[in-house]
Design a protein around this ligand. Structure first.
Ligand code: SME
Length: 157
C-alpha cells in the first residue's frame, strides 16, 4: 500500500484504485476478501475488519484482520445478522446501546456493516468493521465501502 492522506474521503479515493488493482487480476474470492480486509485494516487501523459469508440462514466468518471473532451469526441477530436480513448498511454509533449486539471484543465501540450482493440482488456476504472509537462511521464510509462491496459483486459469477 502506498502512503495515504489523513482526510477520510481522500483516504478512500486513494485506496479504492489500489484495491481495484489488487482485485481485478485475481479470480479467487477468498484471496480478494483477504486482501480487501488487510488493505482497509492497514490504512484505517480499525479494530476489526472482515467478511461474514451467507450460508442458508446463517453468516459464517470469512477472511478478516483483527482479534478472534465469533464464527456463526444467525440472520436477524446482532448488527451483522440485521444487515443480512435487511440488505442495507447499518451504522452503530455506540454498540453497547444496540439491541442484540454480539460482543466479540470488549474494545469495539462503534460499527458499520455493509451488505455485499450477488448478481441476483441477494445478500451473499457482509463487510463488518468495528472501531474502538465511538461514532467512528458516517455516510462517507457507507458511500465508499459500498463502492468496494460492488467491486466484489462484479467479480462474482
Ligand atoms: N459485532 C457484530 C459481531 C461480529 S464481531 O464484531 C466481529 C454484530 O453484532 O453483528
Amino acid at each position: 500500500m502506498k502512503e495515504i492522506s489523513n482526510d477520510r474521503t481522500n483516504q478512500y479515493t486513494e485506496l479504492i484504485p489500489q484495491i481495484e488493482s489488487l482485485v481485478q487480476p485475481e479470480a479467487d474470492l477468498v484471496a480478494n476478501l483477504a486482501n480487501i480486509s488487510a488493505a482497509l485494516h492497514q490504512i484505517f487501523q480499525w479494530h476489526w475488519v472482515g467478511f461474514y459469508r451467507a450460508q442458508g440462514e446463517q453468516l459464517i466468518l470469512g477472511p478478516f484482520q483483527g482479534p478472534v471473532a465469533c464464527t456463526r451469526i444467525d440472520k436477524g441477530k446482532g448488527v451483522c445478522g440485521d444487515c443480512f436480513e435487511k440488505g442495507e448498511t447499518i451504522i452503530v454509533d455506540d454498540v453497547h446501546q444496540y439491541p442484540g449486539h454480539i460482543a466479540c471484543s470488549p474494545h469495539s465501540n462503534s460499527e458499520i456493516v455493509i451488505p455485499v450482493f450477488d448478481n441476483d440482488g441477494k445478500v451473499t456476504m457482509v463487510l463488518d468493521i468495528d472501531s474502538t472509537e465511538f461514532k467512528d462511521f458516517s455516510q462517507v464510509d457507507d458511500k465508499y465501502l459500498t463502492i468496494i462491496a460492488r467491486l466484489i459483486t462484479n467479480k462474482l459469477n
